[in-house]
Write a protein that binds this ligand. Structure first.
Ligand SMILES: NC(=O)c1ccc[n+]([C@@H]2O[C@H](COP(=O)([O-])OP(=O)(O)OC[C@H]3O[C@@H](n4cnc5c(N)ncnc54)[C@H](OP(=O)(O)O)[C@@H]3O)[C@@H](O)[C@H]2O)c1
Length: 270
């Protein structure tokens, strides 16, 4: 699996399995199937309430721990230093692992001083419970504040990113600051699957729309974490490393932006 070197110096695979809304047996089976097919990166969060199922899937797949990259996230109301230290210990037990590859702040929360999570993150890195840290749903102004406070490199900003929400300005800012963007909802939760421009491009390369969109994102330097529950979707999303989109097609997809968000909870500070 192709990877990107993070500012923490660890490598992160460019494709991972998203697990939002996967729970119980279907979650465990999706994780096992993905690992069997060649995925080495799983994305979860405390808020998804599926750490135990993800952990079972990993354990049953019998993959070596060092071959896997596991991301999880601390919830927005639990960003106090003491909560993060306590909860991270719980995450390790639920996931049945002894370190987390990447720990993210799930959403910014202006009611809690940013020193709190970043102080905890530094300690977790020092105690080797966490390898890399990052943020999620942070705008440029949130990142500017975080950069002033964090004593450890911020490796990742995980945000909604797909052809209908092509956040070029944020991407440019993150690149300039050595922060890699992970694209969540890369398939726009299915809403891009009928797009006529994407259909035309997919036909030209003999690929599916999902594969074209995931390829467009990795060619732009992002990491992608499509969620899929069926074996056929999980497999299809992995088959994106055997073709390359031409510049003219990259540009066509770049121009589909509608500034359209599909994930926007009431508390978001966009
Ligand atoms: N940090 C955050 O705040 C945040 C927010 C949202 C999401 N995320 C992360 O990002 C991951 C992905 O985002 P998402 O779950 O919102 O949406 P998504 O990955 O854009 O879309 C998932 C949907 O697409 C379908 N699908 C997957 N592969 C397909 C294919 N090859 N062809 C056709 N349909 C396909 C899935 O169906 P099946 O399940 O039937 O296969 C599912 O209905 C999440 O699971 C989560 O890990 C993070």
């Amino acid at each position: 699996m192709r990877s990107i070197k993070l500012s923490s110096n660890y490598e992160m695979p460019v494709l991972g399995l998203g697990t939002w809304q996967l729970k119980g047996k279907s979650c465990k089976d999706a994780v096992k199937t993905a690992i069997k097919l060649g995925y080495t990166h799983i994305d979860t969060a405390d808020a998804y309430d599926n750490h135990v199922d993800v952990g079972k899937g990993i354990k049953e797949s019998k993959i070596e721990r060092s071959k896997l990259f596991i991301t999880t996230k601390v919830w927005t109301t639990e960003l106090y230093h003491k909560d993060i230290l306590k909860n991270t210990q719980r995450f390790l037990e639920e996931l049945q692992i002894d370190y987390i590859d990447l720990l993210l702040i799930h959403w910014p929360n202006k009611a809690i001083q940013m020193e709190e999570p970043f102080r905890a993150f530094k300690e977790l890195i020092e105690s080797k419970k966490v390898r890399s840290i990052g943020i999620s749903n942070f705008t440029i102004s949130h990142i500017k504040e975080a950069k002033k406070i964090s004593k450890v490199p911020i490796s990742i900003n995980q945000v909604e990113y797909h052809p209908y929400l092509n956040q070029e300005e944020l991407l440019q800012y993150c690149k300039e600051n050595n922060i890699v963007i992970t694209a969540y909802s890369p398939l726009a939760r299915g809403r891009i699957l009928e797009d006529s421009t994407l259909k035309e491009i997919a036909k030209k390369y003999n690929k599916t729309i999902s594969q074209v969109v995931l390829r467009w994102l990795i060619q732009k330097g992002l990491i992608v974490i499509p969620k899929a529950s069926s074996e056929s979707h999980i497999k299809e999303n992995l088959e994106i490393f055997d073709f390359e989109l031409k510049k003219e097609d990259m540009n066509k997809i770049n121009s589909l932006d509608k500034n359209q968000r599909f994930v926007n909870p009431g508390f978001a500070e966009f």
